[in-house]
Design a protein around this ligand. Sequence first.
Ligand SMILES: NC(=O)c1ccc[n+]([C@@H]2O[C@H](COP(=O)([O-])OP(=O)(O)OC[C@H]3O[C@@H](n4cnc5c(N)ncnc54)[C@H](OP(=O)(O)O)[C@@H]3O)[C@@H](O)[C@H]2O)c1
Length: 271
Amino acid sequence: MVRPFLCMALLLLMMTLGTGCSVLDDRRAASFDGDAPTILITGSNRGLGLEFTRQYAAKGWNIIASCRNPSKADALQELADSNEQIAIETLDITSDEQVNALAKRYAGQPIDVLLNNAGIYGTLEKQTLGSFDFEEAKRVFDINSLGSLRVSAAFVDNVLASEQKKIISLGGGMGTQSIGRLFGGHYFMKMSKSAHLMAMGVMQTDLKDTGINIVMISPGRVDTQLMRDSGWTGPSISAEESARHVIERIGLLEPKHNGRLIMYNGTQIPW
Ligand SMILES: NC(=O)c1ccc[n+]([C@@H]2O[C@H](COP(=O)([O-])OP(=O)(O)OC[C@H]3O[C@@H](n4cnc5c(N)ncnc54)[C@H](OP(=O)(O)O)[C@@H]3O)[C@@H](O)[C@H]2O)c1
């Protein structure tokens, strides 16, 4: 009687440890400064996310730098080597399990700025009239539309407990009537960013009496992998420049910006 019970208990223990380990193995603890503000960034291993991490680190912030594969995030690891206020955490924003596990680990930690940065463009051919691939649509939506909502909902209490109380989601211009319908194609990206605007906008309405500020910021045409995936070959700005402007915008946000989409240069885009 005892042996099957022990085996089952051992199996359960291994399953529990196994699930946790994929998250715990890759994490890199930090030493936060209690007097400094704290930011959580998604997709911090490359592109704008890496640049945000670099620039907020230079300002002395505590950073929860999350990404899908920390063990492959060489540039981020290098950054954290010289800054003990950067905690690297595993986070796939499509995973309820990972999002909830991270929120549980940081329960009680005030987060001044939650920066929903992770996003994808999706494969262009698969979102072109005549060759739609709706599995690709689901992938793009899961990341671009549901990802920010999933992460924001999980960390509301952390943001509420902070001084600055800001939830920022990047992008949205392609999801507006004025920009999205200027040219054809790019369906899933445009649709997913429309849904992203609505998700964050409704959340702002839900939380309007809490003091939390939810704002969507368009970083411009930035020279990153995502821009190359879009097929754009026109003028662009560097991730360094874009992040610098976006950080300045975040610092200047006022309640009147709540629920709005603003460009990195401060122009508001109706949506
Ligand atoms: N670049 C532009 O011109 C431009 C314009 C407007 C808006 N934006 C917005 O800016 C944000 C950052 O984009 P970027 O230009 O820096 O693109 P990027 O260089 O391609 O970086 C995208 C980031 O998102 C991460 N990511 C993708 N799927 C993820 C998932 N399921 N879970 C967690 N992370 C995930 C990627 O991680 P992996 O390395 O693991 O894939 C990567 O870190 C996006 O939201 C994008 O929509 C960019």
